[in-house]
Design a protein around this ligand. Structure first.
Ligand SMILES: Nc1ncnc2c1ncn2[C@@H]1O[C@H](COP(=O)(O)OP(=O)(O)O)[C@@H](O)[C@H]1O
Ligand SMILES: [Mg+2]
Length: 339
């Protein structure tokens, strides 16, 4: 089956895996070249939530643009089932962009002069759906998103979290089998994020693939798969393990600090705590042989918690690259989710 056989060839119950093969994207500006994606290989199974993690500039938006068929890669392929996305053009390309993927942006991108319902009807109307039918579906979707009492509000009358839920309803309006979200929680406050994360997780029901770029470490626990994106130059530094001593009460690192090393405790005890506006929440108390602080260095995130010595403690600090060799790269996702 090719994209042109049916107007909505990949919608409905027909769910597939997504295959990214040897994907490279190169941008040339004058006489220098940026290569945010280099020989990327990934398979995202039907029904799973994949996270793109990595520091700013590592190619997350670039990859999502390729998956949305907005950007053509320099080389390599992306296939949804047997549909090769990277070579589509003309009508099949329009069909794919309309029915194959739904996109949720960081900045919501709602039409300011349209109500919540009208915003959600936009893709359905441009796909030729009758107004009454489109409106009915928009209302149902918004009710599912908990916005039944906000149907006629303009975006300016909605909170950030509510606007992002409207944007999610719009992205799923034509029931695409793939949803892409580019830092969907970046402009939301702490409380609003929870509802949006739950909705995003729920989008995988029925075999849909959801791919999300994020800096929010609360998404890690929800993900089926983590796609680690980092520019090569971050990895190249391979420093020898370093011995570190902290005395009782002293901080090894604080929440929000830039992340450098991953630590293994040699002797003593470290308390890991999260700082919240309401005070400190204890997360773990770790002893000899246990490791801590792996999330930040591995994914280019700031420290998500503080680590303080309960008693005089000695540790060994490893760079992300050395630590990866130590535990084996294939064990990392389960190791991190086990936290
Ligand atoms: N259209 C473009 N032209 C030139 N360089 C680009 C373009 N889009 C992205 N880049 C560069 O590619 C790299 C990756 O960008 P991006 O995918 O936006 O990263 P992220 O979303 O992870 O922050 C950056 O160095 C960026 O400057
Ligand atoms: Mg980006």
């Amino acid at each position: 089956m090719t994209m042109s056989d049916h107007p909505t060839p990949v919608a409905g119950a027909d769910r597939h895996d997504l295959h990214i093969r040897d994907l490279t994207v190169e941008f040339t500006k004058g006489d220098y070249t940026v290569r945010p994606l280099e020989h990327l290989d990934q398979t995202v199974p039907a029904g799973s939530l994949a996270l793109l993690l990595g520091p700013s500039g590592c190619g997350k938006t670039t990859l999502l643009s390729c998956l949305a068929a907005i950007l053509r890669p320099t080389s390599g392929t992306i296939a949804y089932g047997s549909t090769e996305i990277t070579t589509l053009s003309g009508r099949p390309l329009t069909d794919y962009r309309r029915h194959g993927v739904g996109v949720v942006f960081q900045a919501f991108n709602l039409v300011p002069s349209m109500s919540a319902v009208e915003n959600v009807t936009v893709p359905m109307r441009s796909a030729g759906m009758k107004h009454a039918q489109a409106k009915q579906r928009a209302i149902e979707l918004l009710e599912q998103m908990g916005l039944g009492d906000r149907l006629d509000h303009l975006p300016s009358g909605l909170s950030g979290g509510q606007q992002q839920r409207v944007a999610i309803a719009r992205a799923v309006a034509l029931d695409p089998p793939v949803i892409l979200a580019d830092e969907p929680t970046a402009h939301l406050d702490y409380i609003q994020v929870e509802g949006v994360l739950r909705l995003i997780r729920g989008l995988t029901d029925g075999g849909r693939i959801v791919i999300v770029s994020t800096h929010d470490d609360r998404m890690l626990a929800l993900a089926d798969q983590i796609i680690e994106m980092r520019p090569d130059f971050v990895q190249s530094e391979d420093v020898a393990p370093r011995a570190v001593t902290v005395t009782a009460g002293q901080y090894l690192f604080r929440q929000g600090d830039p992340s450098d090393l991953i630590y293994v405790i040699d002797s003593g005890e470290i308390d890991v705590v999260r700082d919240t506006p309401d005070g400190e929440i204890p997360l773990a108390s770790l002893g000899p042989g246990e490791h801590l602080g792996e999330m930040g260095p591995l994914f280019g995130l700031p420290r998500s918690a503080s680590a303080r010595a309960a008693v005089d403690t000695t540790l060994t600090g490893y760079t992300a690259a050395t630590f990866r060799d130590l535990v084996g790269a294939e064990r990392l996702p389960s190791l991190i989710r086990g936290r």
